[in-house]
Write a protein that binds this ligand. Structure first.
Ligand code: TNX
Length: 543
């Protein structure tokens, strides 16, 4: 017996003395500075997470819950350290917001940050240092849960790192939005822009105007008998396709996003892309047109809000009051794109408005519209974002421009001292094809493979230093005319979002396609575990 016990002790120490090969560091987005040292830290069932404030508990749990699934361990999270074999979250006020430092030696892991965002990103980096099977929902018994000894210092290049989902053209469930938030956080991205209103559907409950979701959230299909080839003729009745979010659901989503350092920016389109609102309340249009909610990508649509009637503005102010109560973001996006103004030129209310305000063109009338909404938004302590059309006829004084028709609008806005978010169609439109058209699902058009996304730079070379400071960052836009399912949505987002995240986070000097594409390949294994349907066409541009 004594012999047997002695043998067991020897065996045990052999396990502890096991030599491990150092894992390769493959993180996306690439950290600013990585210094790799000799040795590894070995996680085991006694590894402890040590937090310095209770608000860090949720962040630590992101990783301990993965260990629960993949290793079957219940790792302890506590505010008292047992010394060795710990992952410690430590406040360091000198580190900038969203930045972090990660120090790994064979006994400890330390994450330093000044905010929960920094701790979250430190944990996300640690997650990517672990074997890919840490993402597994099932037990992986034969894995060495090790990470290399190293020091990482990291912070974002841009403060705004976004993704826009168009939930109007097709509706996506709240759970999918939550999953998307997790994926944004994994890539250290921090904005989810929700395109909640478009011609094809109004997707947010507004208590004062119930018809917006009784009628405006539902549309007839193009095959339907209520479809005349241009317009849905069904008016004031519920169509067959649609959906919307209740205010309660959206509040829950906002709270969820906050734990992942993701800001949700709501977009309430105006004055165009609003057939869904006019179908619900025809008096919002110049001629009280009775229309139905259209389906598909019918274009152009001339039914837009009347800029002459004061009631239009009262309606929009009431809508925004409810929207602002749900979303704590300092931004409200008011759209402003692609307004066909033929009705404005014919409408007596609009003509009266133009005379009264001394406006010489319908472009100036749109500028009046947006400026008036900006005054309301600013008076409520928020800031306005609009697509680059808001430059036409004179930009609203405090507006932030989202540049989509290339970077031109963004450059112009920065010259005028306005903040800019770059989302040029050439690099950031994820509704474009990403591989050979005959092998890819039907897309809106365009060709934007992952390799092209990787060349995106929100700062344009011709900009002065001051102008460049106005570039807050960039964003991918996923318009969903052709995207009916979650799995198709994932397919369009991945792997392109991996490339975008690096262009927005990592210093430009570290950019290297060969290096990135090899890290991306490793990341595919992680995406497989996460059940993400990413496009394999990227292999074609990689090799
Ligand atoms: C233009 S980009 C639009 C969207 C369409 C998209 C299709 C922008 C501000 N407006 O309404 O969905 O093209 O790529």
């Amino acid at each position: 017996n004594v012999l047997w016990i002695a043998a067991a002790i020897v065996l045990g120490s052999c396990v502890n003395d096991k030599t491990y090969t150092q894992p390769v560091v493959q993180i996306i987005p690439k950290p600013n500075h990585t210094q790799i040292n000799e040795g590894v830290f070995v996680f085991n069932e006694n590894t402890q997470f040590v937090i310095s404030s209770s608000s860090q508990e949720e962040i630590a749990t992101l990783l301990t819950s993965q260990f629960k699934h993949a290793a079957g361990w219940d790792l302890n999270v506590s505010d008292k350290s047992h010394g060795k074999n710990v992952v410690e979250l430590l406040i360091d006020e000198s580190i900038e917001k969203e930045g972090y430092q990660l120090k790994i030696d064979s006994n400890h892991i330390e994450i330093f940050a000044s905010s929960n965002a920094g701790f979250l990103y430190g944990i996300e980096t640690l997650r990517q240092l672990l074997p890919e099977s840490i993402e597994s929902d099932n037990l992986k018994p034969d894995i060495d849960w090790i990470v290399p000894c190293l020091t990482i210092e990291d912070k974002p290049r841009f403060q705004y790192r976004g993704l826009m989902l168009d939930v109007s053209r097709h509706f996506f469930e709240i759970d999918y939005l939550k999953k998307t938030i997790d994926r944004l956080a994994m890539l250290k991205m921090n904005v989810l822009h929700l395109h909640l209103v478009d011609d094809q559907g109004w997707r947010i409950e507004i208590k004062k105007y119930p018809e917006l979701t009784n009628v405006g959230a539902w549309r007839v299909d193009q095959e339907d008998k209520h479809w005349d080839g241009r317009r849905a003729t069904l008016h004031g009745e519920k169509g067959t396709y649609g959906g919307y979010y209740t205010q309660e659901q959206l509040q829950g989503l906002v709270a969820y996003a906050e734990t992942k350092n993701v800001e949700i920016i709501p977009e309430i389109e105006m004055p165009a892309h609003v057939s869904s609102a006019i179908a619900s309340y025809p008096e919002l249009a110049c001629f009280n047109q009775k229309i139905g909610v259209p389906s598909g990508g019918v274009w152009p649509i001339t039914d837009i809000y009347c800029a002459g009637k004061d009631d239009t503005f009262t309606f929009l102010e009431n809508v925004l009051t409810e929207v602002m109560a749900i979303f704590p973001s300092k931004y409200i996006h008011v759209g402003g794109d692609e307004a066909t103004k033929t009705n404005w030129a014919k409408c007596s209310h609009c003509k009266e408005r133009m005379n009264a305000e001394g406006l010489k063109s319908v472009e100036e009338l749109q500028s009046y519209f947006i400026k008036r909404m900006e005054r309301f938004i600013n008076a409520n302590g928020k800031r306005l974002i609009g697509w680059d059309e808001i430059l036409e006829g004179g930009i609203a004084p405090e507006a932030t421009v989202m540049s989509w028709r290339g970077v031109k609008g963004g450059v112009e806005a920065a010259e005028q001292g306005h903040d800019v978010i770059m989302t040029p169609g050439t690099h950031c439109y994820f509704d474009h094809y990403q591989g050979p058209q005959n092998e890819e699902p039907l897309a809106w058009g365009g060709y934007t493979p992952v390799s092209k996304v990787y060349t995106f730079d929100p700062v344009v070379e011709t900009m002065t230093e001051d102008e460049a400071k106005h570039v807050l960052g960039g964003q991918a836009n996923l318009w969903s005319e052709q995207i009916k399912t979650e799995s198709h949505s994932e397919y369009m987002i991945f792997p392109r979002l991996l490339a975008l995240s690096e262009t927005l986070w990592s210093p430009k000097s570290t950019r290297n396609w060969e290096d990135f594409s090899s890290r991306m390949e490793t990341m595919f294994t992680r995406l497989d575990y996460l059940g993400i349907n990413y496009s394999k066409s990227s292999y074609l541009v990689m090799h």
